[in-house]
Each structure stands twice: as structure tokens, then as C-alpha cells.
Design a protein around this ligand. Structure first.
Ligand code: SF4
Length: 237
């Protein structure tokens, strides 16, 4: 299973990295990579789409919004090198999903276990706000990941947009029976299909973490639930 899933994801990720379907995002991600910001002026930016990454046999799939301009778009890996990632990886490490609590570069040795990370949009958007057509353009990649990651029984959606798009994507591949009367709420669990649970979380963006809308205990409760639901115990390698 691991090799089959791993090969499929490898091929998918190669296609993602070379994607140029969204002209506005291509122009933006490449301009940010050229112009940089002062604090990262000596870095060589990635400046391309960011494929998902993690354990091909993951039980937990994390769906974020999009890469950050000077985080993932700089380092070449989702949530790597930005404040949201600091929160995410320290929490994943605490619950045995990540081999280390920090993620600063592609070659920092981080390994995920039982966990795979992707996003609704795989290129950094201006103001972290992708357009509807850009979300639609990128959806086939998320659909493919949802099909390939056969062992996923828990999906953690970070933020309302990821939550909505995850449901739309699962419905598109016939894996979801979602009652539309249910609303997004931090920490809510939705039994959306046989053996598949969706957990909604506020996104660990600075907008939420700096204002106290999302606290560390609130965020940790999400991954405590995920760990409990997949029922696999043990630290990441
Ligand atoms: S956002 Fe997705 S569809 Fe658009 S260019 Fe990037 S990878 Fe391609």
C-alpha cells in the first residue's frame, strides 16, 4: 500500500509543482520570490506551487487554506517557515504526528507519521485570499489526494474555507453525506461518511492566534481528538 500510494502521490506532486493554471497566482508567487522581504533577502525562494506532503498511509489528513507568501512559498513546503507552521508542527509533534516540533526548511529532517498535509490552493495568494476560480482550478489536486489517501479516517479542516471545500470535494467523489444544517464550529466533529470523521478548527493564522480567538489548548484539543479517533499510539519516527 505504501509504495502504491507513495508512487501515485509522487506523480501527482510533480504535476502540482509544474502547474501554471492560475495566471494571477503564478505572477504573484514568482514576484514575491523575486522581490522577497528584508528579513529573508538572503534566501532563495521556492516560488512554485507546493504539493501536499506526509505519510502516504496517513490516518489523518490536514487541509489548510494556501501557502504563505514568505513561508511555504519561500521554503518549498507547506506551513514551513511561518508562524502558523510553528503552531501546527509543535502540536503535531506533541501528539506523535511529527518527528520534531519545528519546521524551518525542506531539509530540516521533519517526518510526518499517520498524517498528511495539503491545502485547498497550492500557490500563495495575495492577502491569503484565493479567488473562487483559483479554488476551482486547484480542486482536482485535492480530489486526487482524497482518492489516493485510502487510509484516512479523520480529516482536520483548518478554517471555514478549508472546511467548506473539503465537504464539496468529498461530495464530488461520493465520500460524503453532509447535513447542510450543520455549521462550522471550532472543535466540532462531523460523522460525514462510514468511517470518516471531519473535525473543524480555526486556522492557526496570526489573525486568530494573536487575538486569542485560537489558544494553544484549543488547537491541541483538535489533534488530541484526531489521535484518539485513529486509535494509533506512538511517537513519530
Ligand atoms: S493554485 Fe493550484 S491550480 Fe492554480 S496555479 Fe497553483 S497549483 Fe495550479
Amino acid at each position: 500500500m505504501t509504495n502504491t500510494n507513495g508512487n501515485h502521490l509522487y506523480q501527482l506532486n510533480r504535476r502540482v509543482i509544474s502547474c501554471r493554471k492560475c495566471p494571477r497566482l503564478v505572477e504573484w508567487r514568482e514576484r514575491v520570490a523575486r522581490e522577497k522581504v528584508a528579513r529573508f533577502s538572503d534566501c532563495t525562494y521556492w516560488g512554485k506551487p507546493l504539493p501536499g506532503f506526509g505519510d502516504p498511509d496517513a490516518g489523518v489528513l490536514i487541509v489548510g487554506l494556501a501557502p504563505a507568501a514568505h513561508g511555504g512559498n519561500r521554503t518549498g513546503r507547506m506551513f514551513t517557515g511561518d508562524r502558523s507552521g510553528d503552531w501546527l508542527f509543535s502540536t503535531l509533534h506533541k501528539f506523535g504526528f511529527a518527528s520534531q516540533p519545528t519546521s524551518v526548511s525542506l531539509d530540516d529532517g521533519l517526518r510526518l507519521k499517520d498524517c498528511y498535509i495539503t491545502a485547498v490552493v497550492q500557490c500563495a495568494p495575495p492577502q491569503n485570499k484565493p479567488l473562487k476560480e483559483e479554488i476551482e482550478n486547484c480542486q482536482p489536486y485535492l480530489l486526487e489526494e482524497l482518492r489516493v489517501l485510502m487510509n484516512v479516517t479523520v480529516i482536520v479542516a483548518l478554517g471555514k474555507l478549508a472546511f467548506d471545500r473539503t465537504i464539496i470535494s468529498l461530495e464530488a467523489i461520493g465520500k460524503c453525506h453532509f447535513d447542510r444544517k450543520q455549521k462550522f464550529a471550532h472543535g466540532a466533529e462531523y460523522d460525514i461518511a462510514n468511517g470518516l470523521t471531519l473535525i473543524s478548527s480555526y486556522h492557526p493564522s496570526q489573525q486568530n492566534t494573536f487575538t486569542g480567538k485560537l489558544t494553544k489548548p484549543m488547537f491541541e484539543s483538535i489533534f488530541r481528538k484526531a489521535r484518539h479517533l485513529i486509535g494509533r499510539i506512538g511517537p513519530a519516527d
